[in-house]
Design a protein around this ligand. Structure first.
Ligand code: NAP
Length: 241
């Protein structure tokens, strides 16, 4: 762990369900302090209450729609004001739909770009100054195995994940000398409620389970200070890709 604090503060976006929820559970098990965000305020509060009760960790929720203008910056300010500057930012929130490019509306495309990419840039930009001031911090971006290949019918989603990959590696070059690590995770299909799926409905051979994947993300944080995982791609063994 590169963090100097005994109990690092981890901000997780998209924490109300799916992989983000499992990241919160994995962080709580390690006694990390947690700042959780997503739109579902009641779901976040239920999760936070369970984590406090089971793990005794500090958890606060900052509900909001990160695709709206100014929300990422506002979320960063609220977290810093009430919990202090995060040591770790996990940019996990993301949406996508399987349909042809023309069957998406311009509003759909804006939501994809605004949440999957613009919010990541703004949240990272808002939180980096405190990290650079302290000379440590870790940004983990959850992209996709589509971050370096094409997939028709998920055209703009795929483009946002390509953008996230370019952003991660380029930012890493800038901030690594300042003591900040940037890591990228490219999962294959995950058994969550992403798109229109029902969480827990897929066989583990074809779709990654979010719990073990979240544990893998924690290992990125647990590398020695002089070592960084730049990028990791993970698939279920029988995913057709
Ligand atoms: P998920 O189960 O659908 O969860 C998405 C999370 O993002 C939820 O907590 C959701 O909470 C939040 N979210 C959605 N819209 C939001 C908004 N406008 N503002 C703030 N939060 C919002 O998806 P997942 O499978 O866990 O996906 C996690 C990440 O993995 C995403 O970046 C996704 O692109 C990536 N990924 C997923 C798969 C897959 O097959 N599932 C594969 C590769 C990569 P609310 O609805 O409460 O806002």
């Amino acid at each position: 762990m590169n963090d100097k604090n005994a109990n690092p503060l981890v901000l997780i976006t998209g924490a109300s369900r799916g992989l983000g929820r499992c990241l919160a559970v994995a962080g709580a098990k390690r006694a990390h302090r947690l700042a959780l965000t997503a739109r579902d305020a009641a779901g976040l509060e239920r999760l936070a209450a369970g984590l406090r009760q089971e793990h005794g960790c500090e958890v606060q929720c900052f509900p909001g729609d990160l695709s709206l203008p100014g929300l990422a910056q506002q979320c960063a300010r609220l977290v810093e004001d009430s919990m202090g500057a995060p040591d770790v930012l996990i940019n996990n929130a993301g949406i996508g739909w399987w349909r042809s490019f023309l069957d998406h509306s311009d509003e759909d495309h804006d939501r994809l770009i605004d949440l999957n990419f613009r919010a990541v840039v703004h949240l990272t930009h808002a939180l980096l100054p405190a990290m650079t001031q302290r000379g440590h911090g870790h940004i983990i971006n959850i992209a996709s195995d589509l971050a370096d290949r094409p997939l028709g019918n998920m055209t703009v989603y795929t483009a946002t994940k390509h953008a996230l990959r370019g952003f991660s590696h380029s930012l890493s070059q800038e901030v690594r000398p300042l003591g900040i690590k940037v890591s990228l995770l490219n999962p294959g299909m995950i058994d969550t409620s992403f798109h229109t799926m029902e969480e827990g409905s897929l066989d583990e051979a074809v779709a990654l389970k979010p719990g073990p994947l979240a544990e893998l993300v924690m290992t990125m944080l647990e590398q020695p200070g002089h070592q960084v995982v730049d990028e990791m791609t993970v698939h279920a063994t029988r995913q057709d890709y």
